[in-house]
Design a protein around this ligand. Structure first.
Ligand SMILES: Nc1ncnc2c1ncn2[C@@H]1O[C@@H]2COP(=O)(O)O[C@H]2[C@H]1O
Length: 907
């Protein structure tokens, strides 16, 4: 390299007439290669230049061109400006912005600021250099050479002291092959607009004005025109003033890159913006290098929750990739790259490959700007590599020129750039491999954040008592949130800064008030607080607990005589009738059973209990005593504690069930002969008005009395006597009770038809099913209790079945239903095993076996689906467990039929 430079220097230092064409010809290819400027020049022009140019050697820190001057004193043409091509060495460009008019108040760097050409007397750093030299001289001539060398070093040190700051801001460095000084030549009579200072010893080819004008000017003028057009058309500079555009013209430089060369290398220092004019390039990123390149950002400026965004993006990207894959068969991968590497080179190679993966992001072409992301983000190094895929031409705006002309002075340009960069980042992030470069996503996020309008200046809050404007509150809150002082919630909720301040203020005023009033007077707040403290805390209740309490409430309203002990007790107390009914279910299921005793019942039919109940005034009219046997039941079953619990139940809850106790001898009330009368009240769901059913909205007040269950037993005090078969009414079915000998008189059934032709569909089918299940359940319970007596009960059972069938049919006819072809009830043999199995199977479905009085108020325990409003009536429903509220809350009118039937059957 040095040889050919010397060869060139050898030629251009000769007088013009001695420069031979042959030797010039020999160096032309090198010259073309060396300088872009000379590259495309005609051979003749280049030969002309080589024949007529001059040579200039510069030392380090030598000022080749001084900004603001017209010509160059150092040039051969003295005052006339020249154009320079660097053969070897490098120079720096300095621009004093005050002289270009970019900044006000500039002074031209004059002679005074010129560093002295003559070397000062060298001084060593510690100031003792002079003495040292004297000592060296004294030592003799042999040390003369050493002294000269030291002198030279001192000279160099002195030269370093040239204060380059006087020449303005450093802009850039010109390397060998580069040329400068064209502006003053193209724009005649223009002043030099930059200072060029040699950074080292340089060899310069000097092209005088005349030579320049005839060889290069035309091309360069064209070049300038192109640059002007480019600046005028580029969106970045659309809002730039003409003054700055002019300065920009001189600051853009053209560069060319051949096919397959690297224009920008990831990790290299950012030199500025590359405006792609021609050609194509691909952008390749190595994400594994990013953490090292930008450690200040990694991992994404801790504190900014980008992770979630990242994940969302990754998910989205993956989804998009999958979709793309299915849509476009050309991208269907049979074998992934990593699979191939793993098979060929092993796992370690794949890992390495994954780590150092080169991600080909995209391809760019004319119009693209490179280095803009880095410039806006103030990155020192490039975040990606740009490799030319064709011969490429670019304009380069060096970073310093950008700072000087765009930076803070032309914010509009920066804004346009930012918008373009955001757009670009978005496209790259969404590109096929964009998600593999996490930095892109972060930068997109960051840029978006930066492009938000700057926060408003906040007025100072003097007191927290007066709430500031909502917007201001929010801004404060946001500020506090950003600085990690408060959560991002409404500003006046507990836990927020504002709330805390408010509380402090309140506390302060309270304290002051207390002091003013004297300590003895307790403030209202403190009293309230004390009360609150003393208040027993409400324990959260489990679902089970709620259900249990619900059950207790219901039990308080409903009589339960459903176990052996209670029955026994009642039996012993009230006679045999109770023991007749194996369980309370059977009492409900079965139609009125009136055991005929010796003692005639004194209860007037017209004043049946149910009638009384429904007449609202029954309590007054009927000499009955309210007896709730539930407590006794509990007492028997659960012992004293249960009975104590029961005592707590309010009398109001116990009211609905009334039992008329046996007329006690001591009682002065004139009770009827019936020793016990029990009724399942409130079972009337539908008022029968002229053969039609009442509608759902009908209230309890409008209910109609249906035949009450009358269970009449002998007086306890009376001895049992042999029963005589007699019927009080003709048409009643009478059958003997095998246990007690009492006659069971069934009510007459009108219009009973052949029940053998079954029609098991619809509501009747389900009614039958229900009754059958009831019976099945009852028998099973008896089996379990040990109270089941096959002979007696089976007989009773069979007859009861017939009776039930008749009753159902009778009910149907009474209510104008399509009777006469009802199916027969199934006869069951109690099979506990089967029952248990079934119970396991239907564990979640409501099963018969208990009494539940569902009342409107209870619906509040159900879940939200329940429509309480629909639930206007009181129901009486037999289930094992609590009913499914949402099931019972909405019933169609058809369902009511069967439902009322159930109730009727029970009655
Ligand atoms: N902003 C700039 N960036 C780089 N080089 C410049 C800039 N301005 C001027 N120059 C060069 O420095 C030279 C100084 O003399 P001229 O103005 O004749 O020509 C100038 C250009 O070649």
């Amino acid at each position: 390299m040095a040889a050919i430079v010397n060869q060139v220097i050898g030629i251009i230092t000769k007088p013009t007439y001695k420069r031979k064409e042959v030797e010039i010809e020999a160096i032309l290819p090198w010259l073309r290669k060396r300088s872009l400027l000379l590259q495309n020049l005609d051979r003749g022009v280049l030969q002309d230049i080589m024949k007529n140019c001059t040579y200039q050697a510069c030392e380090r820190d030598e000022i080749i061109i001084r900004q603001g001057e017209k010509g160059d004193r150092e040039s051969t043409a003295d005052v006339e400006p020249s154009f320079y091509v660097i053969l070897s060495g490098s120079t720096s460009v300095y621009i004093d912005p005050r002289m270009t008019g970019e900044e006000e108040g500039g002074t031209i760097a004059t002679e005074k600021t010129t560093p002295p050409k003559v070397a000062e007397k060298p001084k060593s750093e510690d100031g003792e250099g002079g003495e040292e030299q004297e000592e060296v001289k004294e030592e003799g001539d042999e040390e003369e050479e050493e002294r000269k060398r030291l002198e030279q070093q001192e000279q160099e040190r002195k030269l370093m002291k040239l204060d380059r700051n006087k020449f303005g801001k450093f802009i850039m460095t010109y390397e060998p092959g580069k040329a400068f000084g064209e502006v003053a030549l193209v724009k005649r009579d223009a002043l030099r607009n930059a200072s060029i200072i040699a950074d080292e010893n340089c060899d310069l080819m000097v092209i005088g004005q005349d030579l320049y004008e005839r060889s290069l000017k035309a091309d360069q003028e064209k070049e300038f025109a192109q640059i002007t057009a480019f600046i005028d058309s580029h969106p970045f500079f659309s809002n730039m003033s003409s003054k700055f555009k002019k300065l920009l013209e001189m600051s853009l430089r053209k560069e060319t890159y051949t096919f397959d060369t690297v224009m920008i290398k990831q990790g290299d220092p950012v030199i500025g913006l590359h405006f792609l004019l021609q050609g194509q390039a691909k952008i390749v990123a190595e994400p594994h290098k990013h953490p090292k390149q930008y450690p200040h950002l990694w991992p994404f400026e801790a504190g900014i929750d980008i992770i979630s965004v990242e994940f969302a993006h990754l998910r989205e990207a993956r989804r998009a990739a999958i979709l793309r894959k299915y849509e476009d068969p050309s991208v269907w991968e049979t074998k992934t790259e990593d699979t191939i590497i793993r098979r060929e080179q092993g796992y370690a190679a794949v890992e390495k490959w994954m780590k150092e993966k080169h991600i080909e992001l995209c391809s760019v072409q004319a119009g693209e700007v490179l280095g803009d992301i880095e410039t806006l983000m103030n990155f020192n190094t490039y975040m990606q590599t740009v490799k030319c895929t064709s011969n490429t031409e670019v304009y380069i705006l060096d970073s310093k020129n950008f700072e000087r002309l765009v930076g803070k002075r032309n914010l509009s340009t920066t804004e346009v750039m930012r918008a373009k960069v955001i757009e670009k980042l978005k496209t790259r992030v969404d590109s096929k491999h964009g998600h593999l470069v996490p930095l892109l996503k972060f930068l997109h996020f960051k840029m978006n954040e930066q492009s938000l309008p700057p926060p408003r200046e906040l007025p100072k809050l003097k007191t927290t008592k007066v709430l500031p404007d909502k917007d201001v509150q929010n801004l404060f809150l946001l500020q506090a949130f950003k600085s990690g002082k408060a959560p991002l919630v409404e500003p006046i909720v507990p836990g927020t800064l504002y709330y805390k301040d408010l509380m402090k203020e309140k506390a302060k005023s309270r304290e002051m008030q207390r002091k003013a009033e004297g300590k003895t007077v307790a403030s209202t707040t403190s009293t309230l607080r004390a009360n609150k403290r003393n208040k027993p805390k409400r324990q959260p209740r489990s679902l089970m607990a709620i259900r249990e309490s619900l059950r207790q409430m219901m039990e308080a309203d409903v009589i339960q005589v459903d176990n052996k002990s209670t029955r026994k007790k009642l039996g012993s107390k009230y006679g045999s009738t109770v023991s007749l009914a194996p369980s309370n279910q059977s009492q409900q299921l079965f139609p009125p059973i009136v055991p005929v005793t010796d003692s005639k019942p004194k209860l007037d039919n017209s004043r049946s209990f149910m009638t009384m109940l429904n007449s609202k005034s029954h309590e007054k009219e009927t000499p009955v005593r309210e007896v709730d046997i539930t407590p006794r039941d509990h007492e028997t079953v659960q012992g004293n504690s249960a009975s104590q619990d029961q005592k707590k139940v309010s009398p109001r809850k116990q009211k609905p069930v009334l039992i008329t106790e046996t007329a006690a001898p001591k009682r002065d009330v004139d009770l009827p002969m019936i020793t016990e009368e029990r009724t399942q009240e409130e079972i009337v769901l539908h008022k029968k008005v002229s053969g039609k059913y009442a509608k759902e909205g009908d209230t309890l007040d409008g209910r109609v009395a249906l035949p009450a269950i009358k269970v009449t037993s002998t007086d306890r005090s009376q001895p049992r006597v042999k029963q005589q078969q007699q019927s009080s009414n003709p048409g009643e079915i009478v059958f003997p009770n095998n246990v007690t000998g009492e006659r069971l008189v069934l009510p007459s059934i009108e219009g009973t038809e052949d029940a053998s032709s079954p029609e098991r569909k619809g509501k009747w089918g389900s009614a039958m099913k229900f009754v059958n299940e009831e019976i099945q359940q009852r028998l099973t319970n008896e089996m379990e209790d040990g109270t089941f007596q096959r002979e007696i009960d089976s007989e009773f059972h069979d007859k009861a079945m017939v009776m039930l069938e008749s009753k159902i049919e009778s009910f149907n006819v009474q209510h104008g239903g399509p009777a006469k072809c009802l199916p027969k009830l199934a006869r069951f043999a109690a099979d506990t095993r089967r029952y248990r199995r079934r119970q396991e199977d239907e564990i979640n479905s409501p099963k018969p076996g208990g009494k539940v009085w569902i009342r409107k108020r209870m619906c509040r325990f159900a879940d939200n689906k329940v429509q309480v409003k629909d639930h206007q009536h009181v129901r009486h429903y037999i289930v094992n467990d609590l009913p499914q509220f949402d099931q019972v809350s909405r019933r169609s009118e058809d369902e009511y039929d069967s439902y009322s039937l159930f109730s009727q059957v029970k009655a």
